[in-house]
Design a protein around this ligand. Structure first.
Ligand code: ADP
Ligand code: MG
Length: 269
């Protein structure tokens, strides 16, 4: 479990980038963090992984403050996917890239190879290719694969689909969804509200460094009072459903909307 207790962070002498954050992410959750640029999403994500230390307050991982945990311990428990995958890639071949995280954590050599082989097979990468010869989407998948090789209990993804086409996006998120279903806790910063609606169970809405709203995804997207304050526009289907609230029952997916319309016309969905 990840727990934020009165967490604030100030970069250098500037204003607080995040202010008095209080929330928990239970084991096994799939949580999205949304909000305008500069709202503090990346800062909160980095605090969660202990990449930043709070100026005040505490971030607890399974009850232990991130400030008291060793870097290697944090890396073992929590994988962090940077917004730009190239920050994460540094080896001449895909195989070495996948082995690198395990080697850093002191995983015995005899164990590294089978784990890398399993990930290679699973993701169908060519082990001898140079990471930098891959497309942006493939590099994103490789960065994710190198985190998965470590088998962390929690994955934090900072805008994992930015710059990807639809197919690449689904390849990355399909993988994340499978990990979540197998028990991994997922925290994803995301600008695409359609993806948030499809994948996240819970949403944290940030605005100007504060947590404005924390709730179940569908409920959050129906909070038409709070969302504009965070410059967040709900998914199209939710907006359409809101507009038609006087004539149709609520619908949050294409299937639900179809059923609502057919039901009104007396047809079977
Ligand atoms: N390294 C940094 N040094 C100083 N200010 C920063 C730094 N990183 C982010 N900020 C500031 O902190 C605030 C929150 O930024 P960030 O967490 O990156 O927001 P988001 O990810 O929601 O776009 C912004 O005002 C941003 O300008
Ligand atoms: Mg950011």
């Amino acid at each position: 479990m990840i727990e934020f207790r009165n967490v604030s962070l100030q970069y250098n002498s500037g204003a607080a980038a995040v202010h008095d954050l209080n929330f928990t992410v239970p084991d096994g959750a799939f949580v999205a963090i949304i909000g305008a640029n500069g709202a503090g999403k990346t800062t909160a994500a980095k605090l969660m992984r202990g990449l930043l230390k709070p100026t005040s307050g505490e971030v607890l991982i399974d009850g232990a403050a991130t400030t008291s945990l060793r870097t290697s311990e944090l890396a073992k428990r929590i994988g962090f996917l940077f917004q730009n995958p190239d920050r994460q890639l540094c080896k001449p071949t895909v195989r070495e890239e996948l082995a690198f995280g395990l080697e850093l954590l002191g995983v015995p050599d005899a164990e590294v190879k089978p784990r890398v082989d399993a990930v290679l097979e699973d993701f169908r990468f060519d082990p001898e290719r140079s990471p930098f010869a891959l497309s942006r989407g493939e590099r994103q998948r490789l960065a994710l694969a190198s985190l998965i090789a470590v088998e962390p209990k929690t994955l934090i993804l900072d805008e994992p689909t930015t710059g990807l086409d639809y197919r690449e996006c689904m390849a990355v998120l399909g993988r994340v969804k499978a990990l979540h279903e197998a028990g991994t806790t997922v925290v994803m910063v995301c600008h695409d509200m359609e993806l948030v609606l499809d994948f996240a169970e819970r949403v944290l809405v940030f605005s100007a460094g504060q947590l404005l709203l924390d709730g179940e995804t569908r409920k959050v997207f129906r909070d038409t009072e709070t969302l504009p304050k965070a410059s967040v526009l709900p998914p199209q289907i939710t907006r359409l459903s809101e507009r038609l609230a006087d004539v149709l029952p609520p619908a949050d997916t294409v299937e639900e909307m179809e059923a609502a319309i057919r039901g009104r016309k007396g047809e079977k969905a």
